[in-house]
Design a binder for this molecule. Sequence first.
Ligand SMILES: Cc1cc2nc3c(=O)[nH]c(=O)nc-3n(C[C@H](O)[C@H](O)[C@H](O)COP(=O)(O)OP(=O)(O)OC[C@H]3O[C@@H](n4cnc5c(N)ncnc54)[C@H](O)[C@@H]3O)c2cc1C
Ligand code: FES
Length: 501
Amino acid sequence: MEPKESCWVATRPPTAEAKPLTSFGLRVDVAVIGGGLVGLTAALLLARAGRAVAVIESRRAGRQVTGGSTAKVTSQHGAVYRQLVEGFGESGARIYAESNQAALDWIAREVAERQLECDFERRAAYVWTEDPARVADLEREAETAFRLGLPASFERQAPLPWPVAGAVRFDAQAQFHPVRWTEALAADLVARGGALYEETRVIDVEEGKPCRVVTERGLLHADDVIVATNLPILDRGGFFGKAFPQRHMALAGPIDEAKAPEGMFIGLDQPTRSIRTAPLDGGGRMLVLVGEAFPTGHGDAAASERRLEEFARTRLGLTDIRWRWGNQDYYAADRVPYVGRILPGERRIRVATGFNAWGITTGTVAAMILADDILGRRNPWAPLYDSLRIKPGVGGRAMLGKNLHVARTWLEDRISRPATQAADLAAGQGGVVRHGGETVAAWRDPQGALHLVSHVCTHMGCHLRWNAAELSWDCPCHGSRFDVDGRVVQGPAVRDLERKA
Ligand SMILES: Cc1cc2nc3c(=O)[nH]c(=O)nc-3n(C[C@H](O)[C@H](O)[C@H](O)COP(=O)(O)OP(=O)(O)OC[C@H]3O[C@@H](n4cnc5c(N)ncnc54)[C@H](O)[C@@H]3O)c2cc1C
Ligand code: FES
């Protein structure tokens, strides 16, 4: 079976064994749930301020959404600034611009001062269109971004091996190796006395003095808790109804250095293509390419991967595809992440989600806001990102539509009954089928053995869909994913699927 790891995860295997939580009833100032970029950055900032911090990570740190990203470090988030001005006014859009530039600057400073080896490279970032009818949109986007203080300009050309109709260029942006970056964050955290417990899944958190963090390996007490699990694993707060999972297929492989495009690129036209290059271990460069977004559990991941491969071959001359993977992030209905309290009445539990696939910078911003809040420092960006904001006019219709769709999916699944029997599945095939008089999720491995698990998501009971490109069971409601033996790969679910005989 082909490995489905990102080029970053595959080229940087963990150098040490995971250290799970072993002591019961440990007491810390702050428990951070989730060891991705957001959790590790927040934990490090708090440890630097003298707080006793523990990060609790269900898998290995830095290797999930962060480790599968394109890892552009930029305030250019597609063509977003006109939309932000519309939704949040000039002042809100300016705060978004300023905070994301500040996150880029902070990362650049860390790399320089600590001489971190994370393949940090300065590059210009481009949003391009090949459609003459959209050039005016990009001209206005460039004007808006420039007015907001960003290093933006409109260009008639972009350094891509095909002609463009126009592009917005942001100068002095950057890219890095996301796994090396999170390793550097974790190393500094531990050097400052912070703890990183990996392979320790958190099941629940109860607010209190102190808060109780319930893990599958024991209990931990903390004055404050940050839930940095990409989408909060805690349902109260309803973030699963405000941020929506979008999956992308990605691939990477060596490219002729002389032909490597000099910059970072994202297309305005559909299907979206995101392009960058990176140093290849052992010399030379590789191309990293990410495809269009589709809702988790709904799109055809295998078809999306095939289209991406065709683009890579015909447009960029990529023939040796060494890594293929999928990855997803949650998109906030109004394009601004939710950062802050989980509920108005729960002052000690904080969350961050809805990074719109730009969380290398927005996630760093989120970590800064949450750390400042716990340290009692005023953060001027916090009101824009407020997790409890109510802005029904902005993105409200999209949010309603998505939640109605979830409700419809839930109902339809309950009345439909699959026609296929498990016995009919060929080697390598998976699907929701009938077996022994009940409906189950089944996959027949290449050796012919059946892997049977419940087809009901342990989060809120939606029926899972087979993802043939990644061999996983994906939930069409809020994006939980499970492997062929039912283990949680990605939340919000915290419980594995029931195994079926
Ligand atoms: C295809 C793609 C490309 C992207 N490219 C870019 C880019 O170029 N630039 C950019 O700025 N952003 C990009 N992003 C977005 C960015 O990668 C994410 O927004 C960011 O990495 C999210 O970080 P995180 O810490 O929230 O998530 P993660 O890195 O997933 O960290 C969350 C952690 O929580 C852990 N966890 C989950 N449940 C539990 C539990 N119950 N107990 C304990 N731990 C738990 C997970 O195992 C995980 O390690 C991209 C995203 C995608 C999908
Ligand atoms: S992720 Fe919510 S029901 Fe599956």
